[in-house]
Design a protein around this ligand. Structure first.
Ligand SMILES: [Zn+2]
Length: 319
């Protein structure tokens, strides 16, 4: 998996145009994350208006994405006073350090799972990057992207929460009343979702992703349970960690495609048929331009995350 992540790295989009902020509802903007084959992704960012400040849900990975968040706040002439991170993957927390530099008073709300990941998954990933950087050859842009990844990891505690989310809780951030949910050992050891009752917006992080679920650090069975918790929230729109917002009907479609995929992978059906099943079930949600990416992701995850031995599954799912 680490090798795949590193080998997927290509030139970061250095000159990405400023992201357009789509208004999903009054006081709720989406800054879409980029997710294309051959590049490390940025997660979606949501920005909520508060009283005298902005609340940012997920901070992106690449500088271009995070700078677009800062640029948006400057256009609004409002400081960013709170960040909520859905989970510790670098495409969701990577911008925390940059946002802290721009807004020293900002408070980060997240689960504490990143601290363990820093000693485990991210430490291994870091070592793999060091190896790749030390290898002779390789093109300069690729190496620059790897060095950017190292710098993100080396930001260390600047990525960590100031206020840990240890259970489902209501928090008033910048005067806006929000509901935070915590799922454990679903996509990661700690996944936070955010519900904004004023607009019916549910920010799901990577508990929902398009064009396919991303299983790198996931416990599939517990993830399925977590989706049941999301379904009980009284939302009108759910914003995935990657991909376009979904209404309730579209979420139900996604969820049933997810259930079918897990059931298929648990049986003896050929991998290609399980991939086809996802493409069929989730067809209405996947832009044609993302079909190849979706197939490539599932081809990898069925072998490396879903059809794995018990020891590996236990490591993800707990005892
Ligand atoms: Zn992600």
């Amino acid at each position: 998996m680490l090798r795949r992540i590193v080998s997927c790295l290509m030139a970061a989009s250095l000159a990405t145009a400023a992201l357009a902020a789509d208004e999903l509802a009054p006081g709720v903007r989406l800054l879409p994350g980029r997710f294309v084959a051959g590049e490390q992704p940025d997660g979606n960012t949501l920005v909520f208006d508060g009283a005298g400040g902005l609340i940012v849900f997920d901070s992106g990975r690449h500088a271009a994405h995070t700078d677009a968040i800062i640029e948006y706040a400057r256009e609004r002439d409002l400081p960013i006073t709170a960040i909520v991170n859905s989970h510790w993957h670098l495409d969701h927390v990577g911008g925390n350090a940059r946002l802290r530099q721009a807004y020293p008073g900002v408070r980060v709300h997240a689960s504490g799972a990143i601290e363990q990941a820093m000693r485990g998954f991210l430490a291994k990933y870091r070592a793999q990057i060091e190896q790749n950087l030390a290898a002779p050859g390789g093109d300069a842009a690729q190496k620059a992207a790897l060095r950017d990844e190292l710098a993100l990891i080396d930001a260390g505690p600047a990525l960590f929460p100031d206020e840990r989310v240890t259970q489902g809780v209501e928090r008033t951030l910048a005067g806006r009343r929000l509901q935070l949910g915590l799922e454990t050992r679903a996509v990661t050891a700690g996944d936070v979702w955010l519900f904004d009752p004023a607009t019916g917006t549910l920010a799901a992080g990577d508990l929902v992703t398009l064009p396919a679920p991303l299983f790198d650090t996931a416990c599939p069975a517990r993830w399925r349970t977590a989706l049941g918790h999301l379904a009980k929230v009284d939302f009108v729109r759910i914003v995935p960690g990657h991909g376009a917002p979904l209404d309730r009907g579209q979420f139900a479609t996604w969820r049933s495609a997810f259930d079918h995929l897990l059931a298929c992978a648990a049986g003896k059906t050929a991998k290609a048929a399980c991939v086809d099943g996802w493409m069929r079930d989730a067809h209405a949600l996947i832009p044609a331009s993302d079909e190849k990416l979706a197939r490539g992701l599932l081809d990898y995850y069925i072998d490396n995350s879903l059809r794995v031995d018990r020891a590996k599954m236990r490591e993800r799912c707990g005892a």
